[in-house]
Design a protein. Structure first.
Length: 342
């Protein structure tokens, strides 16, 4: 069954389903849903976690082995499978259907990936897993839905804000829920469990002493090396979850790749079609002028490798890795520099 992201917490508090399908291109909702699954899984005894990424060359036998393996530490297996393209292919579809038929109370399966279309949702593997568990599709919110989400986030911090204040947060973050979440967290630190005036919100919004990941991305796209490193250092000191940054970088790569394809086809770039606001168009143009197709392909490989390593928690200093990735976006040649720290 399909569950909307804003209803997911209520559902998972009632029961932990055998499997979950989490897809979409909105990182904040996706991150929240996956973190809730991981947290509830631990409380239910699923402390043994296996992370698999179905990238090029992936052996689907790994998934079968994971469902059949027994651990000395836990009889319950939590398996996370990422589909980078959103599609498992013919072999993967067959294996997923076999796994679905063999699921038992000692196995919890989470399958996640990017935005998917109706063709994927109508696939046999998706349908059978959806019937056994639940699917959550995380798409960007706008208008009243976005305002409702912001109000809900404020309530979790026991913050009281006027409708005008909610709109100010939405407008400032330009619909980016990841940025809105960061601003709300900042307000909670500045004014814990209080009624916040519109003037206080405005003051906090323009306070540049604390950076957010979207400011980082804009600086990275514009190629400001020194300032980018400074922002990464500040974000690390503030305890920002590295996975939030890697998700932002992946999303920016996807946007740049689409723009570069249009540029290569000698098509005029229709910025509104790509959902890029006027105040950010210059940043993307600088990055497009700076980065070649081979460079973007190399960045994608590095991002995929890093994302996999982040999920398996095998990087000792995540922000060093993030710094390397940002440098690649800024055109620094790191092909002969090993990126991953284990």
């Amino acid at each position: 069954m399909q569950i909307y992201p804003n209803q997911f917490q209520q559902d998972i508090n009632k029961q932990l389903r055998p499997c979950y399908l989490v897809f979409g291109d909105e990182p904040q909702q996706k991150f929240d849903v996956i973190e809730q699954i991981r947290t509830h899984a631990k409380t239910q005894g699923f402390v043994e976690r296996t992370v698999l990424v179905a990238e090029t060359g992936f052996s689907w036998n790994q998934l079968i082995e994971a469902t059949q393996s027994m651990s000395l530490f836990s009889s319950q297996q939590f398996i996370e499978l990422e589909l980078p393209t959103g599609k498992p292919g013919a072999e993967g579809s067959k294996i997923l259907q076999e796994v679905a038929a063999a699921l038992n109370p000692d196995i919890l399966l989470l399958v996640h990936g990017p935005k998917i279309g109706k063709d994927v949702q109508k696939g046999k593997w998706f349908k059978v897993l959806d019937e056994l568990g639940a699917s959550v599709l995380c798409y960007p919110l706008e208008g009243k839905q976005l305002s409702s989400w912001i109000s809900q986030q404020l309530q979790t911090h026991a913050l009281s804000v006027s409708p005008i204040g909610v709109k100010m947060i939405a407008d400032f973050c330009e619909g980016n829920m990841l940025a809105a979440k960061q601003e709300i967290d900042k307000l909670a630190l500045l004014y814990p469990a209080k009624t916040i005036s519109d003037e206080q919100i405005e003051h906090a919004m323009v306070d540049q002493s604390r950076y957010n990941v979207f400011q980082l991305v804009d600086v990275m796209l514009s190629g400001e090396n020194t300032r980018c490193i400074k922002m990464l250092y500040r974000l690390e000191s503030e305890g920002l979850e590295p996975n939030i940054v890697i998700w932002a970088l992946i999303r920016e790569w996807e946007q740049l790749w689409k723009l570069k394809q249009a540029q290569q086809a000698r098509q005029p770039i229709q910025w509104q079609k790509f959902g890029i606001w006027r105040n950010r168009q210059g940043y993307y143009q600088q990055a497009l002028n700076r980065l070649t197709v081979p460079q973007l392909e190399h960045i994608q490989q590095a991002l995929t490798k890093a994302d996999h390593a982040f999920k398996q928690n095998v990087i000792a200093r995540p922000y060093v890795e993030l710094c390397h990735l940002c440098m690649m976006f800024m055109g620094v040649d790191l092909r002969n520099v090993p990126l991953l720290e284990s």
